[in-house]
Ligand binder design. Structure first.
Ligand code: FBP
Length: 551
């Protein structure tokens, strides 16, 4: 395969490990833990893996004799920059424990375990993928591991390959399944440990023990580069309003980080829309007011950032989705038999009066998307809803009315963008390259420590990597009960943007200036080589959350 000059140079990058992992380690156990919510129920569901202590690694004087480890690895869900480094860190970690250890990758996500599709990852394969973006080393998929049959089928191949530990690299849903699998294998005495690794560009798998998920840093840097370029174009031509939708599923962390990086005129934060109980019309009105205010200054251009999950957070739509989820779960067969052209009417006739009215008020395409195509975890596929077009059209209509009333005299031309897939497979930033390699290496140490149901963790992330704290967090500690597919299920609590958190408060302090003033910043492309202040900066979200600057 032909390699680019950057690929060749980047292959030589040596990720920095925390000092503590630079040699043999010993385990320091903390106090027993409790789940994030619904403690009694979670304890009952996880009798073998509930209440485990947090683990921190410390340097050990001498290495204990360890036998070779056979380990399996799965990439689960959406791509996130750095996945290949998790796998190379895991590989190097198990080889450091015993050079005869072996690593097997299950192909195309959790389905590879169930269907027995795998390949051994040898040193020459691993070396091809160090510091590269993408998940193509073994592929990824969204099969949900949840049934006893799947777990038992998986165990057959794990036994055949003499694999004693499985590492699942995934988001909140996949790590929830990792916890369930860990519990099941422990309960039946299968002798297979399960370790999770926090992955997702969305940034919503974090809490007071997991500081960030990997991939968020790189993806937001890629989007910020392009948003900055658009802002500069916009400020040069001075004739378009750019509506930019940003990936991130439910939470608005990506949009907020890009806003902090780029200082656009407007950035909508879904969590705030929900908290203020805004309607879609009110959101549109706010944007239209800003367009009018800028036009009054002769500025007929601007940039609006829109989180992809917005529509789900508009309280009336949220209530509608909740009822739709239950309805489609309860009457799945009946709905499947309805002809496509009759589905809209079927849904309206089966919904409560209030939600039927909301459903009818939405543009047909958006309404349809809300009722169809759930992913295997039951999520609405928000990346398929064209919110950027919906909003810009509604703003256009509002401006036309204001113009008729003599309240708007500007010109309005809109351009639309959606950034998501562009950032998910970028070569990892130095932050993600180091973070991911360290997470993989830490996963190997957790395996050697003999634990199961843990998530690999690195903390103190705004310090230099050598000072990061490596350890493991019991996954049950992050769980609570939530309604999914019409039933209460144990799940890892998703982290949404906190409206009293430092990143959001910083944004609120600045946003009025950005709206009318043109205060764009241009972050430029990710730099892999050069001075630390341009190459190694963590995300601003992390910096503000930890209230300290690294540089
Ligand atoms: P994960 O939660 O699996 O990391 O998904 C990330 C994501 O990129 C979301 O931001 C987006 O909504 C979704 O995947 C898109 O799904 P798909 O990759 O199936 O198109």
């Amino acid at each position: 395969m032909k390699k680019s000059a950057l690929q060749i140079a980047r292959a030589a990058y040596r990720p920095q490990l925390p000092n503590v992992l630079d040699g043999p380690v010993k385990v320091k156990e903390g106090e027993p833990t409790v789940s994030a919510g619904d403690q009694e129920e979670i304890k009952k569901l996880f009798p073998n893996t509930y209440g485990l202590p947090e683990i921190v690694f410390e340097k050990a004087g001498t290495a204990a004799q360890s036998k070779p480890l056979n380990v399996g690895v799965i990439l689960s869900g959406g791509q996130a920059p750095g996945g290949h480094n998790v796998i190379s860190g895991l590989f190097d970690g198990i080889k450091a424990i015993n050079k005869n250890s072996r690593l097997y990758g299950f192909l195309m996500g959790p389905g590879g375990l169930v269907d027995h599709n795998y390949k051994e990852l040898t040193a020459d394969i691993i070396d091809e993928y160090r510091n590269t973006g993408g998940f193509d080393i073994i592929g990824s998929g969204r099969t949900k591991l949840e049934t006893k049959e799947q777990f038992d089928k998986g165990l057959e191949i794990l036994r055949e390959l003499e694999i004693s530990a499985l590492v699942i690299i995934g988001g909140d849903d996949s790590n929830t399944n990792a916890a369930i699998l860990a519990e099941y294998y422990k309960a039946i005495g299968a002798g297979v440990q399960v370790i999770g690794v926090p992955k997702t560009i969305d940034g919503d798998l974090k809490n007071n023990v997991i500081e960030t998920s990997f991939g968020f840093d790189t993806a937001t840097k890629v989007y910020s580069e392009v948003i900055g370029n658009i802002q500069r174009d916009c400020n040069s031509a001075k004739k378009y309003w750019h509506f930019i939708k940003l990936m991130g599923r439910s939470a608005s962390h990506i949009a907020l980080e890009c806003a902090l990086q780029c200082q656009p005129n407007i950035c909508i934060i879904s969590e705030e829309v929900e908290a203020k109980d805004l309607t879609l019309d009110q959101v549109v009105d706010d944007i239209a007011q800003a367009v009018v205010a800028r036009a009054d200054q002769g500025l007929n251009y601007g940039v609006v950032l829109i989180p992809e999950g917005l529509i789900e957070f508009i309280p009336a739509v949220k209530r509608l989705i909740a009822e739709l989820n239950d309805l489609l779960a309860a009457k799945a067969e009946e709905f499947a038999a309805v002809e496509p052209e009759a589905q809209r009417a079927w849904i309206i006739s089966n919904l409560s009066k209030e939600n039927a009215a909301t459903y009818e008020s939405l543009p047909a395409g958006v309404a349809r998307q809300l009722s169809l195509d759930r992913d295997p975890h039951g999520n609405v596929q928000v990346s398929l809803i064209e919110t950027e077009k919906l909003l810009s059209e509604m703003v256009g209509k509002r401006l036309a009315t204001l113009a008729q009333e003599g309240k708007y005299k500007g010109k309005y031309a809109a351009m639309h963008h959606f950034f998501g897939y562009e950032g998910r497979c970028a070569d990892p930033s130095n932050f993600d390259a180091n973070y991911c390699y360290g997470l993989g290496y830490t996963a190997a140490m957790l395996i050697a420590a003999g634990v199961t149901g843990y998530m690999s963790s690195l903390r103190n992330l705004t310090f230099a990597p050598v000072n990061w704290v490596a350890g493991g967090i019991p996954i049950t500690m992050m769980m609570n009960m939530e309604r999914r597919h019409g039933h209460m299920k144990p799940v890892i609590r998703k982290a949404l943007v906190e409206l009293d958190g430092a990143p959001f408060l910083k944004f609120v302090k600045e946003r009025e200036n950005w709206k009318i003033g043109t205060c764009y910043t241009y972050p430029g492309p990710i730099q892999y080589f050069g001075p630390a202040e341009v190459c190694d900066q963590p995300s601003l979200t992390l910096v503000y959350e930890q209230k300290r600057r690294k540089y």
